[in-house]
Design a protein. Structure first.
Length: 172
């Protein structure tokens, strides 16, 4: 698959996952939504300033799952499902923030931009780790420098998110 088509394909996956998450929220009760959000990323409930671990784990776990799936020859294409699930939870939580929390500024300044960036970086991580088919005529580039670039981008985004969370709770 051509690289530009692959990127369009992944952006469509993110968009469809986001819309699917919003639709799933519409089918859920508030109690079900709060239970799922508490299990996945409790920061969305806006119950107080989150600890560093509450901010770090929702970022690290999808990357670890993608790494594990991509390392196995038969499961490497299932790694893309993690991007779909991440973007579906992104849409689910975005709808929850706007619908039940009435937290538009938290959504606009923190949740939407940073979760979109995390979804994009996770998508790029998937592209880097899941190799092209054998018949692809592409020059093989070393994987380690590309993984390091993705991890540095993730750390920069995490730092920006922690800064945004700090200012959101400082203004409250």
């Amino acid at each position: 698959m051509n690289r530009s088509f692959q990127i369009i394909y992944f952006f469509l996956i993110i968009a469809i996952g986001f819309i699917g998450g919003i639709l799933l929220l519409q089918l859920s009760t508030v109690e079900q939504a709060e239970w799922l959000i508490r299990k996945m990323d409790s920061r969305v409930l806006l119950q107080g300033k989150p600890s560093i671990w509450q901010s770090l784990l929702p970022v690290v776990i999808p990357f670890a799952i993608v790494s594990l799936l991509a390392s196995h020859n038969y499961l490497r294409h299932v790694a893309r499902v993690v991007v779909v699930l991440k973007s579906a939870f992104f849409g689910y939580s975005a709808g929850y923030l706007i619908d039940t929390q009435n937290a538009f500024w938290s959504y606009a300044a923190w949740w939407f931009p940073f979760q979109l960036l995390y979804s994009i970086v996770l998508m790029v991580f998937c592209i880097v780790l899941v190799p092209e088919p054998v018949y692809a005529v592409r020059k093989k580039l070393p994987i380690l420098p590309r993984v390091i670039v993705v991890l540095i981008a993730t750390l920069v985004i995490l730092g920006g998110e922690l800064l945004a969370i700090h200012f959101i709770y400082k203004l409250k």
